[in-house]
Design a protein around this ligand. Structure first.
Ligand code: FAD
Length: 281
């Protein structure tokens, strides 16, 4: 593994004690692979405020892997964000994934005082200087609400210029979209590392639903093959592992500065890819 490359795993905070215990077991297993960091998602509007904080602190304590909370600004006031930043700083957290977020349905049109992720990056820099390494989100296939691709690229540049240190992409299955995105933002003068977000394929219907919602294209050849497997979970997983391993190989060979795995709180699918890639342990 090149010392410049960053490999990381993402979790979501769970609602039950049993789910939480399972998550910690998965994290302990993944920690032996010595990732750069773990990250833990945040429910926009603060719905997981305490659980994200608690999970991140426990991850660091029990695995010694640096843990990065996601933090979104939509629906949170500046006072709430300030208080959370102070708690993270006091706990020795050094990295934050700074996002706008999407309010869960049912929370109406409430928006926070900060409207865009670039506002949040600016706010964190104002409040805490250079204490945190700030990650932001990138969308090689365009954010689903973006006015157009050019506007989205310009908005990504705003986040970098506001002080983001690096970025993690939405997942995608088409390596060309990643390379094109990186080339285009570099032309705008943005040179922060942009790490591909990797979604292992384990379940067709969930993946199809998720991809529709977040604007990730599930190519026809993958969709058709997964459809053909029906309920044959073993074949879906075998095919998915092969497709994603090859995607990762192409990305790393083309200069991607690492990989960020969306684990969905499971160890095996990400580790199968990690082992196929022969990444260091
Ligand atoms: P922004 O960068 O603010 O962009 C959102 C949209 O607004 C884009 O269309 C952009 O083009 C546009 N825009 C940006 N700035 C401006 C401007 N100044 N003027 C006009 N338009 C503008 N969601 C969660 O709720 N919790 C999580 O933990 C979480 N983790 C994520 C992790 C990763 C790696 C990724 C890729 C996404 C994650 N998301 C999470 C989803 C994310 O919150 C949504 O995709 C959300 O819709 C956009 O967040 P953003 O930070 O990309 O927003």
């Amino acid at each position: 593994m090149s010392s410049k490359q960053s490999f990381s795993f993402e979790f979501f905070p769970t609602k039950t004690d049993a789910g939480h215990e399972k998550l910690m077991n998965v994290a302990r297993q993944l920690a032996t692979y010595k990732p750069e960091f773990f990250s833990c998602t945040y429910g926009a509007g603060g719905s997981t405020r305490d659980r994200t904080l608690g999970t991140v602190l426990q991850l660091e304590r029990e695995t010694s892997v640096p843990a990065a909370p996601h933090l979104s600004c939509v629906g949170d006031s500046q006072a709430q964000l300030r208080s959370l930043l102070a708690q993270y700083k006091a706990a020795g957290i050094k990295r934050i994934v700074a996002l706008r977020g999407d309010l869960p349905s049912g929370m109406g049109m409430a928006v926070g005082e900060l409207r865009h992720a670039s506002d949040l990056v600016e706010f964190i820099r104002q409040e805490t200087g250079d204490h945190f390494h700030l990650e932001v989100a990138a969308y090689p296939e365009m954010h689903p609400q973006a006015r157009n691709f050019e506007h989205d690229l310009a908005n990504f540049a705003l986040k970098a210029n506001a002080g983001a240190n690096s970025a993690i992409t939405q997942y995608f299955f088409n390596a060309d979209s990643y390379f094109y995105f990186v080339e285009r933002v570099q032309k705008l003068g943005v040179n922060i590392p942009i790490v591909p977000g990797i979604m292992p394929i384990t379940n067709y219907s969930k993946l199809a639903r998720f991809s529709d919602a977040c604007g990730a294209e599930l190519p026809r050849w993958i969709r058709k093959q997964l459809e053909a497997y029906g309920d044959d979970v073993k074949s879906i997983q075998g095919f998915g592992e092969q497709v994603i391993t090859e995607l990762c190989e192409t990305l790393l060979a083309g200069g991607a500065p690492g990989l960020h795995f969306y684990t969905l709180n499971q160890a095996e699918p990400s580790l199968a890819i990690w082992n196929n890639l022969k990444l260091a342990q």
